[in-house]
Every structure is written in structure tokens, then in C-alpha cells.
Design a protein. Structure first.
Length: 338
């Protein structure tokens, strides 16, 4: 997801608290004056963790299954992709609700119900893009997916156009005007250059480039910040122990140098994996370069968790997370700081 970039007001060490008395947390994560980690679940939960003081806020929303989240500081609202109603829903006045307990934000803008199996949300200005991995022709040997492009207006989310991809799509991430997409059931990601401008009608689209990543089994989540791309690897979907994270420094240069249909070598990546990581099915990730932390929505290990790895962009191996919250059915994460 595209995040608004902020300069830190000053890094401070913090003690992390868990909502379920997890004794294994430590105080390695550092952050700024406002540090809010949002997480969603497949049971319709929207939860915010205040990393500074450990306060947990739950937001009551109409969706009963969520995968995809974006918080707008400018509008003070968050938008979710509802898998139960197959629409985007926006909830307003988040700051005024305060922190802690269960809050009831007012539902504001909504889209029409269009998609069938949404997986992620990427935002670029007023454009909201939802990935959908529905098998359109019912033939598993001919994978395809869809990208729904909405325009956020004062009255709602207006569907501009629908694009059909030539692969089953999962995670999305804008890097400037280019849209990167996870090619599900592979170790690859695709890029569509100048995505919004070049794809204005309803049509089948061909990626400008598709590149694989050596050592990765099945990519789902991706997030980019300050030259670094983080990819999540869920491994075998049924296994709660074989997930991993791939970190690629100087990502744009390495992706550009790779041939279309080629791969980026494992030597040009860092990989975090193993029993200590608690990574089984890391379905969504967010990376914040300002203090170098990767947040993960882990869907399977222990039934679901939110994890964080500090200083993880220069380390490979079987390392333990610096933060872990139990959260059953975790589906997406979003980090906001200022």
C-alpha cells in the first residue's frame, strides 16, 4: 500500500504490550510520537495497536471478512475491502473517537458491490485499486485475475474500469506511478508501468515485466519504501511453519537489470525464515524505512498473529520477531506514523 511519508519527530525506545499477555515481546522496536499499527481479520475485525503505549483499539465495522486496508491522515478515515459485501467501505472521524476499547466509527463512502474474491488494496491519490483472484473461466489451467480501479469522490467510490490480468493476482503495491502485483502460486511479481494513465478502459492487460525471486515459493504480500521491497512467501498454504520474508535492497535497479521472465538471485536478497520467525502464511506486509521495521499479517501460525521484525532489512536467517500479537485470521496490516 502507498503510505504518506513522514519525517520522524525523534526516535524513542518503547516498551511493547500485548493484548493477550505474550511474554516474549521485547523493547527493540523504536518509533515516533504517533505510531499506529492497524490490522484486519477474516472475521471482520479492525484493530489498532498503539506501539508507544500498548493501547489497543477495536473498531466496529459492518464487514464480517476483510482483506485490504488504508488509512488517510488527510481525511481522517480508513477504508477497508470487505469480502463479505464485496465493496470498499470508508469509516470517518477516527481521531475524534479516541483510543482504547471498542469504537463505532461512522460509515461514510462505499463502492458498489463488484468484485468476488478481493485480496489487496493499493492507493495512489484518489485512485483505489482492488485485486481480485476469481477464476473467471472455471479452468484452473488458465489462471487470470482482475484489477478494479475506483476513483474516490466526495460521494463515494466510483468504478472507473476493470482490467483482467493474465495470472492469478494477490498483493499490490504502487511505486510512484508503477503498480507491482504478486503473481499468485508462483515466486514472481509483475509490474505495470504508468498503471493509471495507461489502463483507462476495460480490457485484458499484459504486464510490462514479470520477474521471479530465487528461494521464494509463493508470494502474497509486498511493500516498498525508500528503495527496499519486502515480499512475503507463504510457502505451502497448508503449512504453518514454512513461510518467509524476502528483502531486496536497491529493488528498482535489480528489477530493471533482471530480464523479463528471469529472476533475481538469492544472493541479491535477504531471507528471514525458520521456526523462530513464527512465519507460516505471511499474507500481508508493510515496511517502514524511517525506523526500519517490517510488520506482518501472519494468517496461519498459532491461528494468526501480527508480527514485527526490527532491523530486518540487513539480516538473513532464523530470527525471532521483535513484536508479536495473537490475532486470529489476520489478513492485512497498515502502519501510520507522524
Amino acid at each position: 500500500m502507498i503510505k504518506t511519508r513522514f519525517y520522524l519527530l525523534g526516535l524513542i525506545a518503547v516498551t511493547l504490550f500485548s493484548c493477550n499477555n505474550d511474554d516474549d515481546l521485547n523493547s527493540d522496536v523504536e518509533t515516533s510520537e504517533v505510531a499506529h499499527l492497524y490490522a484486519t481479520t477474516h472475521s471482520g475485525q479492525v484493530r489498532r495497536y498503539d506501539i508507544n503505549d500498548g493501547v489497543i483499539t477495536n473498531y466496529s465495522v459492518s464487514a464480517t471478512d476483510i482483506e485490504g486496508f488504508y488509512y488517510s491522515s488527510e481525511d481522517d478515515n480508513f477504508s477497508i475491502v470487505s469480502r463479505s459485501s464485496n465493496q470498499i467501505e470508508s469509516y470517518s472521524g477516527i481521531r475524534d473517537l479516541g483510543s482504547g476499547g471498542v469504537q463505532n466509527p461512522e460509515i461514510g463512502l462505499v463502492s458498489t458491490s463488484e468484485f468476488e474474491s478481493p485480496r489487496d488494496l493499493a492507493v495512489n491519490g484518489q485512485f483505489y485499486v482492488v485485486s481480485d483472484n476469481t477464476d473467471l473461466d472455471g479452468d484452473e489451467t488458465t489462471p487470470e485475475g482482475r484489477l478494479f480501479i475506483y476513483v474516490k469522490t466526495e460521494t463515494g467510490f466510483v468504478l472507473r474500469n476493470v482490467l483482467i490480468t493474465k495470472f492469478k493476482v494477490w498483493g499490490l503495491e504502487f511505486v510512484n506511478s508503477d503498480l507491482y502485483a504478486a503473481v499468485d502460486e508462483t515466486n514472481k511479481i509483475a509490474v505495470y508501468r504508468n498503471f493509471i494513465e495507461n489502463n483507462t478502459g476495460n480490457r485484458i492487460i499484459t504486464a510490462d515485466k514479470i520477474v521471479g525471486f530465487q528461494g521464494l515459493i509463493r508470494t502474497h504480500g509486498l511493500d516498498f519504501d525508500n528503495g527496499i521491497m519486502v515480499l512475503s512467501d507463504i510457502g505451502e498454504a497448508e503449512s504453518a511453519t514454512d513461510g518467509g520474508l524476502h528483502i531486496i535492497q536497491d529493488f528498482e535497479e535489480k528489477f530493471s537489470n533482471a530480464t523479463n521472465g528471469g529472476f533475481i538471485s538469492i544472493d541479491d536478497q535477504f531471507r528471514i525464515a525458520g521456526a523462530n520467525t513464527l512465519l507460516g502464511n505471511p499474507v500481508n506486509v508493510v515496511y517502514d524505512a524511517s525506523y526500519n521495521v517490517i510488520f506482518v499479517a501472519e494468517a496461519l501460525n498459532n491461528g494468526g498473529r501480527v508480527l514485527a521484525f526490527n532491523d530486518a532489512t540487513s539480516i538473513s536467517g532464523n530470527i525471532a520477531p521483535d513484536l508479536k500479537y495473537d490475532l486470529a485470521g489476520a489478513s492485512s496490516v497498515f502502519y501510520f506514523t507522524e
